[in-house]
Design a protein around this ligand. Sequence first.
Ligand SMILES: CC(C)(COP(=O)(O)OP(=O)(O)OC[C@H]1O[C@@H](n2cnc3c(N)ncnc32)[C@H](O)[C@@H]1OP(=O)(O)O)[C@@H](O)C(=O)NCCC(=O)NCCS
Length: 161
Amino acid sequence: MVARLTAAHEILEPDEDTVSDVRLDTIGAEDLEFLRQLRNAERRWFFDQNEVTPEAQAAWHRSLAAHPNNHWYMVRVGDRRAGCFSIKVGDDGRAYVGSILLAPEFRGQGVMTQAMGAAMDQLGSHLRYYTEVLADNDQSLNLFNRLGFTPRFVTLERTAR
Ligand SMILES: CC(C)(COP(=O)(O)OP(=O)(O)OC[C@H]1O[C@@H](n2cnc3c(N)ncnc32)[C@H](O)[C@@H]1OP(=O)(O)O)[C@@H](O)C(=O)NCCC(=O)NCCS
């Protein structure tokens, strides 16, 4: 069901009913403003709901090289910017999937399912992939469900008073 990817920058092999030119790429400096605006527009879904400034976004981008186990993926459809996600591989065989963002015009077509499935195939199915999702984020829960994730641990929070 999920297309395969053997290396970053490679075009994924699509199923017949899938968007055919989904690509995983590195995040370049020219992608930062697109991702910053998308992240700020969708910040209600993230733990840190502060607005990200251009300066903070640039500092974050500079810091990526120091953390090679935290894989960041730019998702492109052809030459168009579609979104991003990250997978942080730990020393314990677990891998945290996060920072998932897809621009509204690319939703509903399986783009993120294809992209994340390919990245997990690439990093290896021996890893225990996990994530945290707000309980009312149905689109994200559906996405992870399609990728084979099931609820195992439940995080409870009392919001700040
Ligand atoms: C979470 C998010 C990436 C999901 O986007 P999405 O478009 O639903 O996910 P996909 O790109 O995998 O597309 C799946 C949709 O395409 C449909 N689809 C069509 N063809 C498909 C195919 N070949 N394969 C899989 N799905 C397909 C699916 O049915 C699904 O639509 P549905 O939810 O209406 O049933 C997106 O809603 C988003 O960016 N939200 C804001 C940020 C956010 O919440 N991030 C997660 C924080 S934990």
